[in-house]
Design a protein around this ligand. Structure first.
Ligand SMILES: [Zn+2]
Length: 184
């Protein structure tokens, strides 16, 4: 994705399971998130760690994943060590973690692309799925309880639905890059 290369010129895409310390983290997180190695993409600095070989990613899924990770990379560039510390150092179990703040910013991309590609029905489906992601163990219960997660996600969902979020950086540029190549 050209937009990612523009902001992250040293972008590296590797397979999570090829990296020894990712495998170590995967073992550590297994009781909490057994799918860390096989389902979740992780980003650290300029490197994106994919849970599957690049060839197994449908093109759109890869582009959407990289767009989500781009938001993290832009936040890392802006906030530096504070990003990593606030993302990682929330003790478990947590009910209101700063991790949720960063993930809500990144999952706004997933919501935006859902509305763009599949309309209201797809937006609602992704919103419903995200409630579980935020309230559940995948990210260490970053926002405790489904109703609380629903409330926390709602303003972003509404901004996507109204088209307001699509006017803001970095979402406007991401949507433009997304629409560009597919509309030829
Ligand atoms: Zn994320």
């Amino acid at each position: 994705m050209g937009l990612v290369r523009e902001h992250v010129p040293g972008l590296r895409i590797v397979q999570k399971r090829d990296i020894w310390w990712m495998r170590a983290i995967g073992r550590l997180l297994k009781p909490i998130n057994p799918e860390f190695m096989t389902r979740y993409t992780t980003v650290v600095g300029q490197t994106v760690y994919l849970p599957r070989p690049l060839a197994d990613f449908p093109r759109d899924a890869l582009a959407a994943t990289l767009a989500h990770e781009l938001v993290h990379q832009l936040d890392m560039q802006q906030w530096g060590p504070f990003f990593y510390v606030s993302y990682a150092l929330t003790p478990l179990p947590v009910w209101r973690s700063h991790r949720a703040h960063w993930e809500r910013r990144a999952y706004a991309v997933d919501l935006m692309l859902a509305l763009h590609g599949g309309g209201e029905a797809r937006l609602v489906a992704v919103e419903t799925w995200l409630r579980g992601v935020f309230a559940g163990p995948d990210y260490g219960w970053m926002w405790g309880g489904r109703p609380a997660a629903a409330t926390y996600l709602k303003p972003v969902v509404e901004r996507v639905r109204s088209g307001e979020l699509q006017k803001d950086a970095p979402y406007a540029a991401i949507l433009e890059a997304w629409v560009g190549p597919t509309s030829g």
